[in-house]
Design a protein around this ligand. Structure first.
Ligand SMILES: C[S@@+](CC[C@H](N)C(=O)[O-])C[C@H]1O[C@@H](n2cnc3c(N)ncnc32)[C@H](O)[C@@H]1O
Length: 240
């Protein structure tokens, strides 16, 4: 069983390891000061007690009217773009890779955005604490594919995580999943086809093979394209 101070009692999932390394190159002096001085001003603390929820609007001091979530933002270029283009939306970004967090801090400085909050660890800690129907859009862009079958249980797209996302997403909210990996593409299609709480938004055969204008390329997509990228958009079906 997972044992972690941030994981509320009652949430017992089998041991899962979703992410790889947490640290890459040593940080420069400037990067270290971004981490030490700037990050604490926009980072999210998970409420300790079991029954306490995270109030997402309060994280932004009431200055936003909607909440989006990006899981595994990498170096943060997509998240920064979305925040810059949707200033009335508060975007929560989760990423355990420290050099990625620094990358996003750089983008925030460049774009002068104030509508981003960061959790530097497993996105599930945040998801578990968010209230029902509180999020309007979720981005999961190029999740680690874990292509070997024996690692399939590490894939972020799985029944437990989709149940949790369905819970926190508002009726009509959008879940965007991008992948360039053929194994993950097929896996995602199968997992999503088993759900009755999400509806695939593809209107035609080219739809999911064409990057929407408001879906900027991520660093991973530019660097590591293994095949043709796919852009899945699912709508959270209204609760009956
Ligand atoms: C292949 S990278 C893609 C990064 C970025 N989305 C992009 O497209 O450039 C996958 C990222 O997901 C992060 N990740 C994996 N599991 C995660 C989890 N449970 N919560 C938050 N981030 C996670 C990893 O640290 C890694 O940076």
């Amino acid at each position: 069983m997972t044992k972690d101070a941030n994981i509320p009692e009652g949430f017992h999932l089998p041991e899962q390891r979703f992410f790889g390394r947490r640290k890459g190159k040593p940080l420069s002096g400037r990067q270290q000061s971004l981490m030490d001085d700037f990050l604490p001003t926009i980072s999210i603390a998970i409420p300790a007690q079991d029954e306490q929820e995270l109030d997402p609007l309060a994280l932004f001091d009431g200055r936003v009217d909607d909440i989006w979530l990006e899981i595994g933002f990498g170096k943060g270029e997509h998240l920064a773009w979305q925040a810059d283009h949707h200033r009335s939306v508060g975007i929560i970004g989760c990423e355990p890779y420290l050099n990625g967090v620094v990358g996003l801090l750089n983008h925030i400085e460049d774009t002068d955005t104030s509508n981003i909050r960061i959790y530097g660890d497993d996105a599930r800690h945040v998801i578990w604490k968010l209230p029902d129907a509180s999020v309007s859009r979720v981005f999961l862009l190029h999740p680690d594919p874990w292509p070997k079958m024996r690692h399939a249980r590490r894939r972020f797209v799985n029944r437990h995580n989709l149940d949790d996302l369905a819970r926190i997403m508002k009726d009509g909210a959008e879940l965007r999943i991008g992948t360039d990996h053929p194994v993950y593409r097929e896996w995602t299609m199968v997992q999503m086809s088993l759900r009755d709480d999400f509806e695939w938004q593809a209107e035609g055969p080219e739809d999911w093979l064409t990057r929407p204008d408001d879906w900027p390329e991520t660093r991973y997509e530019i660097k590591a394209l293994e095949g043709r990228a796919t852009y899945f958009r699912y709508q959270r079906r209204p609760r009956s």
